[in-house]
Design a protein around this ligand. Structure first.
Ligand SMILES: NC(=O)c1ccc[n+]([C@@H]2O[C@H](COP(=O)([O-])OP(=O)(O)OC[C@H]3O[C@@H](n4cnc5c(N)ncnc54)[C@H](OP(=O)(O)O)[C@@H]3O)[C@@H](O)[C@H]2O)c1
Length: 337
């Protein structure tokens, strides 16, 4: 492969433990557009081109094939285990007593790893929906956020860290009110948080809160997930790669607008995890953090185009008496019950 990116040119971030993590990784959620074979073969190509951070999850349904790719890459010397930073997440239907360990063990077996570098609570609710279900589908067993329920999951997360099966633990899809409620109760605090982050949804308050709390923000949908399934699109959603300011800056740099979104995320201080199965795209996504940064003026322009537009609204996780997807996100500064 000609497109190999030198590791020393990829900037690193530091977790509170002191451990380094690349400033960009690869997402592995193929949604219903790509097969597990396509996603895992992209992971194989990505390792060879220089990616070292991979964002996995049991619910993505492809950890077994990705595990084979990892095993092959270790066997043929493409990469060593300790050079990779692999994340995974416990899905919403595995929040009961003993479930976190069970879920992680299955993930480790599928990924063919002895430990995971970071394990996340994917969503802070025990609310399950069938993969690929309609956007307005509701599960009558769904429940609003509860500190007690969440902490019973988090205690299990702390245990898997004690056992050495997870080197770090993290949360995902959280809000400031929820974090304020649970952080003081944590024996082991989250080292990372996954949150939606792209120029049209910069979440400056939550982002700043995490940085102040020494929790590294991992940014999902960094390109604004332009080709997400129709059921996940809503009237009024922004399309980051079509925003005139982004298109303009992309022209000035001679790159696709997606690349500007990624440069913005890294310069903002996040760790974006873009997804692509196409070699030219994923290679370009990694290379863009090694060259031609955005200027301060360009970063200032991008700061002004935040549309506060959440794309992953999570409406399928709503409980029965909830009114709208906004109930998941505590918009009035208190936890919605
Ligand atoms: N924690 C959570 O709850 C959560 C939620 C959502 C996502 N995630 C993670 O975040 C990852 C990324 O999110 P995402 O896949 O939804 O959105 P994304 O990375 O913002 O967008 C991915 C799409 O952008 C396009 N793209 C990628 N690189 C490009 C390039 N260089 N030029 C042009 N187009 C490019 C591709 O479209 P084409 O395929 O059409 O080329 C690709 O499918 C997921 O894979 C997953 O690992 C986590």
């Amino acid at each position: 492969m000609t497109n190999v990116i030198d590791q020393s040119r990829i900037p690193k971030r530091r977790l509170v433990s002191g451990k380094e993590i690349p400033c960009i990784g690869m997402g592995t959620f193929g949604s219903d557009r790509f097969t597990s074979e396509q996603v895992s073969s992209a992971v194989a190509g990505a390792i060879r081109c220089g990616y070292r951070l991979f964002d996995c999850a049991s619910v993505y349904g492809n950890e077994d094939l990705i595990g084979k790719v990892f095993a092959d890459a270790f066997a043929d010397g493409a990469v060593k285990r300790e050079e990779l930073f692999v994340t995974s997440k416990v899905w919403n239907d595995m929040h009961g007593a003993g479930d976190v360990l069970k879920s992680l063990k299955k993930t480790l077996e599928d990924l063919r790893l002895e430990y995971i570098d970071a394990y996340f609570v994917h969503w802070p609710f025990p609310n399950y929906h069938a993969p690929g279900c309609d956007g307005d589908a509701r599960n009558p067993d769904s429940k609003p956020f509860s500190i007690e329920r969440f902490m019973s999951v988090w205690r299990q997360m702390e245990e898997i860290m004690d056992m050495g099966l997870a080197k770090n633990i993290g949360m995902s899809n959280m809000t400031i009110p929820k974090l304020e409620a649970v952080l003081p109760l944590c024996r082991i605090r989250p080292a990372l948080i996954e949150m939606e982050l792209h120029p049209g949804f910069q979440q400056p308050e939550l982002f700043g809160y995490c940085v102040r709390e020494e929790i590294l923000p991992i940014g999902f949908c960094p390109i604004g997930s332009p080709t997400r399934p129709e059921r996940d699109k809503a009237t009024g959603d922004v399309s980051d790669i079509e925003m005139p300011e982004i298109v303009e800056i992309a022209k000035a740099h001679g790159v696709h607008p997606a690349i500007i979104c990624l440069k913005w995320a890294v310069q903002y201080g996040a760790v974006p995890i873009p997804f692509s199965v196409y070699e030219n795209e994923y290679t370009g996504n990694l290379r863009c953090v090694t060259e031609d940064p955005l200027t301060d003026d360009e970063m200032a322009i991008l700061k002004t185009i935040d549309k506060n537009c959440r794309l992953v609204k999570g409406q399928v996780f709503l409980w029965e008496h909830a009114e709208s997807w906004e109930d998941l996100w505590d918009l009035d500064g208190t936890i919605t019950k």
